[in-house]
Design a protein around this ligand. Structure first.
Ligand code: 6GU
Length: 232
């Protein structure tokens, strides 16, 4: 998969070279490039923003630099992803959809957002998705892109090893679908007087599966009762 990220703070994306995404990049599974929006400006101050039409506080990112830089990156197969608190909620389903694409371009807005004509124009050429990672406001799209790229990268075939498979994840498909993951334990069997549940230390696989399901249901009831079906 090819990923291009456009930002006025390209250094903000440096952590993508670490850990799981970093490994996928060095393995050649992901071809990731970060671009500085200011590289296409030609004025002395490398201006990328201006005051909003209609008045009001804050600044809006200008259409011209975005159009010029995106023109260099866009191909027939590109999907333009625009992180914004006013976008569609990012979910595991959307993550899997994006993981299936061959080319993602992330446009990181700052200030009050990007001139809407940029999204309108590129929507007539390629798929455009405006995406929010939750109900809170960030100062810019960069932190959201770190979240979205890490979430989708682990769904690309070959990125996770067998031992780290994504099939058991909270929000994955299957028997535990729509339940949060329950409690997990490792050695030692007793730590500060706290014991690992007896059933997990035995070899009864049906009993272990039942215990895990009950643990997942209890956690879901505590934190996300909205996810529980009537039968649960
Ligand atoms: Cl994707 N961007 C910004 N700036 N703020 C957000 C967000 C995205 N998602 C939630 N808040």
């Amino acid at each position: 998969m090819k990923i291009d990220i456009v930002s006025i703070f390209p250094e903000y994306l440096a952590p993508l070279n670490l850990s799981l995404v970093g490994k996928a990049i060095s393995d050649g599974v992901i071809d990731l490039n970060v671009h500085d929006l200011r590289s296409v400006t030609s004025d002395k101050h490398q201006t990328v923003d201006d005051s909003p039409y209609g008045g009001g506080p804050g600044m809006v990112m200008k259409a011209e630099p975005w159009g010029d830089l995106l023109d260099q990156l866009v191909t027939q197969d590109s999907v333009l992803v625009v992180p914004t608190p006013s976008g569609q909620h990012f979910t595991q389903t959307m993550s899997a959809e994006l993981a299936n694409e061959s080319h993602l371009i992330f446009a990181c807005g700052r200030y009050e957002g990007i001139d809407s004509r940029v999204m309108q124009h590129f929507a007539s050429r390629i798929k455009v998705r405006e995406v929010s990672i939750g109900d809170y406001v960030l100062a810019g799209g960069e932190a959201a892109v770190l979240v979205i790229v890490e979430a989708l990268a682990r769904l690309i075939p070959g990125v996770l090893g067998n031992s780290e498979s994504a099939v058991d994840d909270s929000f994955a498909e299957g028997e535990m679908a729509n339940l949060l993951e329950g409690q997990v334990y490792t050695k030692p069997p007793v730590w500060r007087d706290l014991e690992v549940p007896e059933v997990l230390r035995g070899g009864n696989h049906a009993a272990i599966a039942a215990w895990r399901r009950a643990s997942a249901q209890a956690r879901t009831a505590q934190y996300r009762p909205d996810l529980l079906s009537d039968s649960e």
